[in-house]
Design a protein around this ligand. Structure first.
Ligand SMILES: *[C@@H]1O[C@H](CO)[C@@H](O)[C@H](O)[C@H]1NC(C)=O
Ligand SMILES: *[C@@H]1O[C@H](CO)[C@@H](O)[C@H](O)[C@H]1NC(C)=O
Length: 343
């Protein structure tokens, strides 16, 4: 059984490969070997106690009279410089100018970027990260800010407990197109692949937010993706914004960012073992058939039907035709036909 002898070392090599590839992970995905259930293995904060997103169980929320309305600062002053839009392999990101910020929080926060989360178009699978009473929305917009009163920049702030403030906007589908969202969606086709970036006209970012900024859910949470730092003061607006089905479909289908199916080490191992077992099984079956045919060839192929050995020297086309013709008359003996080692 040469095949088994070969497949064992192969499996071992493969096992080593699948177990060592996880060693130095700096990238992540939503599914697969560095998928959501494994994030905490590689990014310790992802296993923290304040992990976002959360499901907002509205009966368990408490009204807090100390919370004031949130004030976007400079959101509508987009200036003359264009924005940029890039595909980071997970989502589309729009870096925001430093004069944009948030008022109405315990500290002064400066805008850094905004990005979107969405689903794959499956009817039951919502694309939002936060859910309300277990219900997800079609998509979600996040506007990320850092605490510029206490920290020099985003990199430092994101590791601090009071470092970030993120606005979460739940997006649902409605009848009409949302003109503000075309400012982003129109350009998705130019950043289909991870790493691509495009310059887009600057626009009023506040137009992406719901009109009622006074009602929201507030909690201390984290970045929703690795490294999952537990450093985010979340504001999830109660009012949702609506985009059209066409707009949602554009979001769900234009980018290649998330559509890649990544197999887990376990799945790959299963596939490889399955394939090897299949090959070994097939070899055994073929061997068995050949043996059976050989042992029964005495009655299977009668000398009278047995074709004369075909000279294999020239005219391969003619020879092939001949074989086919012969096979029709001696079907059961096909496999058995001894090939002369030299003609
Ligand atoms: C952020 O600030 C720290 C401390 O001042 C500095 O060392 C670091 O280079 C800065 N990072 C960026 C990306 O500007
Ligand atoms: C969030 O944590 C801060 C301390 O960092 C605390 O003062 C604040 O009350 C917390 N907010 C909520 C909504 O839990």
């Amino acid at each position: 059984m040469d095949l088994v002898g070969l497949s064992l070392p192969l499996l071992l090599v493969f096992w080593q490969w699948t177990t060592t590839t996880g060693a130095a992970v700096t990238y992540w995905t939503y599914t697969g070997s560095v998928g959501q259930s494994k994030w905490a293995d590689y990014f310790p904060d992802c296993g923290g106690t304040a992990q976002s997103p959360v499901d907002v169980a509205t009966v368990q929320t408490q009204y807090d009279p100390c919370l004031g309305p949130l004030t976007p600062l400079g959101y509508s002053q987009h200036g003359n410089k264009p924005f940029s839009l890039y595909n980071n392999g997970h989502t589309v990101v729009v870096p925001l100018p430093g004069w944009m910020g948030l008022g109405g929080l315990p500290w002064q926060f400066t805008a850094v970027q905004m990005h979107l989360h969405w689903g794959n178009g499956a009817p039951e699978a919502g694309g939002s990260e936060h859910t309300i009473n277990g219900q997800s929305s079609a998509a979600e917009l996040h506007v990320v800010h850092y605490n510029s009163e206490l920290y020099p920049n985003m990199s430092v702030a994101m590791t601090q407990q009071d470092g970030l403030a993120v606005l979460g906007v739940l997006i649902e589908t409605g009848e009409e197109a949302n003109q503000a969202f075309w400012n982003i969606l129109n350009y998705l086709g130019r950043v289909r692949h991870a790493g691509q970036s495009v310059s887009i006209p600057a626009f009023d970012v506040q137009s992406l937010l719901p009109s009622d900024l006074g009602r929201y859910y507030r909690y201390n949470g984290s970045l929703t993706t690795p490294p999952c730092f537990q450093s985010v003061l979340w504001t999830l607006f109660t009012e949702t914004v609506k985009i059209s089905h066409t707009q949602l479909m554009k979001l769900e289908t234009v980018l290649y960012a998330k559509s890649v199916k990544v197999y887990t080490a376990g799945e790959i191992t299963a596939i490889v073992i399955g394939a090897l077992c299949g090959c070994v099984g097939l070899a055994v079956i073929i061997r068995f058939i050949v043996k059976t045919i050989r042992s029964t060839s005495s009655w299977d192929v009668l000398p009278s039907v047995r074709p004369a050995p075909v000279p294999r020297t020239k005219e391969p086309g003619k020879e092939l035709k001949q074989d086919v013709a012969l096979n029709t008359t001696s079907e059961p003996g096909k496999k058995e036909d001894p090939v002369p080692s030299s003609v």
